[in-house]
Design a protein around this ligand. Sequence first.
Ligand code: ZN
Ligand code: ZN
Length: 251
Amino acid sequence: MALLDCLRQHSYAVTPGLCLLCHQETRRSLDLCQACESELPKLGNSCDYCAEPLATDASGICAQCLRAPPPFSAALCVFEYAYPVDHLLQRFKDSGQQVAGYVLTRLAAVNLKETLNRLPPEHLLITSVPLHWRKTRKRGFNQSQLIADWLNTSTDLSTEHTLLKRHRDSISQRSLDAMSRRHHLRGAFGVSKPELIKNKTVLLVDDVITTTSTVSEISRTLLEHGATDVIVIALARTPRNAAMKTGTRTT
Ligand SMILES: [Zn+2]
Ligand SMILES: [Zn+2]
């Protein structure tokens, strides 16, 4: 069990959980009450490949993946990037309130456990989307790395956070079309220990997926270096059109 998990469990025995949203006692070992949990926007019907939200009566694969399937075989996302999930993730990343990310990850882990348990563990490796070192230094942590570690407390798979290197910091990509985004990201990532991913399925953890540009580029890089498959895992998914309209971070 990770240190933070251990400390949390211990502290709940002394002080009850306090809800991050309604500020009431949660009466459970989590800082989100049952009522607020039930209000979180779960990802509904979505694309089998990229988890893009689809109309409730649509089935299968989104138009973009039909035109060009992504290099990863699936994206597993739990929440829609909408209030209050977006608010909790901003508190996590921008205000350094790690408990907000921890709460969402704990809830996501329950949802993902069955799917992850179906994958053969000896062929799996978990890694996280790397931040450029300047951003890590500014923020003080890599949110995707923390999410990966918290997720893995219930699965105990091999984790390797130094596998990927980010050579360039990303510029805002929201004004770019899909082709330009791909061109901008080409060569932005490298694999430092290719021997670790030979014949492995890599579980690539991110916090939010919007356009899939970044996770697609990383997946291509991993496959070029010998991984057999990449499955992307993220806490939340932004509908592609909403991301472009509102200027949400486009990764
Ligand atoms: Zn609450
Ligand atoms: Zn899709």
